[in-house]
Design a protein around this ligand. Structure first.
Ligand code: NLE
Ligand code: FE2
Length: 294
């Protein structure tokens, strides 16, 4: 039985060629059969996809476009208040549509002249090494389905809003794109499962849920905070700790809730010095040592 939410939902192939993507009980769409069918149908677009082909077009309903429009409008206001300048500038350069869900192929085209990052469709589960590894080649795996309309301000799992408004805008920044690539190189360099998990936790506490000092204010740069207009109102009140690779790499988290432990970078330079340098140089041996000092 699948009860625990995890970053990637397991995907099962059915005999008729369709797919069933597992859904955690904590997901707002769990008890909505119409939503589940929709999520499975859109996830199915990613099955059998081969890199280099155009990403299959997802035909969204008016209701789905409305969720996007609402969240975009709410987030635009929150981003002005709470997002770091690097993110705001990148979002401006990318210019995502405000009143309809863009196709992933379209987002790749927008990113091309900025940083060259491209989207790959994901039904749900992507093995960790594959997910992180392809970042080194400027590829980003993304779901195409959208969150449940009843809880637009937060979803426990990655959806197209998180992937595109959270990560897409970030990937439009050359500085961020470089950090994503370094994370990918690190994921490919390490061999043990423990080291890969450590690398992915550092990713979680930075590129997914990182916060940064900007002047006197604490701002957000993590895609998971920047895609939730519920969570973005709360991060400043959480347990904010200093940026530390060893602590981040060994701290547990629960994906189904607002993150209550966050790590603060003193500046973008600081993030690059500490986390960029770590990903650029880490290997199994270094991580094994760090784990023993944690
Ligand atoms: N909680 C985020 C959101 O609502 O956009 C998604 C997080 C995915 C890790
Ligand atoms: Fe994410």
């Amino acid at each position: 039985m699948f009860e625990e939410a995890q970053y990637f939902a397991p995907v099962a192939a059915n005999e008729d060629g369709s797919v069933t993507v597992e859904l955690a009980k904590s997901h707002p769409g769990f008890a909505d059969p119409v939503y589940r069918a929709r999520r499975n149908a859109i996830a199915g677009l990613a099955v059998g996809y081969t890199r280099g082909e155009p990403i299959p077009h997802a035909e969204y309903s008016d209701e789905e476009h409305e969720v996007w429009t609402l969240v975009t409008r709410e987030l635009a206001v929150k981003h002005q208040k709470y997002a770091i300048a690097e993110f705001l500038d990148a979002a401006e350069a990318l210019g995502l549509p405000k009143d309809r869900i863009p196709q992933l192929e379209e987002v790749s085209e927008l990113l091309k002249p900025l940083t060259g990052f491209r989207y790959l469709p994901a039904a749900g589960l992507v093995p960790l090494r594959e997910f992180y590894g392809v970042l080194a080649d400027s590829y980003f795996h993304s779901t195409q389905y959208i969150r449940h309309h009843s809880v637009p301000f937060y979803t426990p799992e990655p959806d197209v809003i998180h992937e595109v408004i959270g990560h897409g805008n970030t990937l439009a920044s050359p500085r961020f794109a470089a950090l994503y690539r370094l994370a990918g190189q690190a994921a490919r360099r390490v061999e043990t499962a423990e080291a890969l998990e450590f690398v992915s936790k550092v990713f979680w506490f930075t590129l997914e849920f990182g916060v940064m000092r900007e002047g006197r204010d604490l701002k957000a740069y993590g895609a998971g905070i920047l895609s939730s207009y519920g969570e973005i109102e709360e991060f400043r009140g959480m347990d904010i700790r200093p940026l530390d690779v060893t602590v981040m790499g060994t701290t547990a988290y629960d994906i189904t809730k607002y993150q209550d432990v966050l790590f603060e970078a003193a500046s973008f330079d600081h993030l690059e010095d500490v986390v960029g340098q770590f990903w650029a140089s880490c290997d199994d041996e270094m991580i094994a040592k760090l784990r023993t000092t944690a």
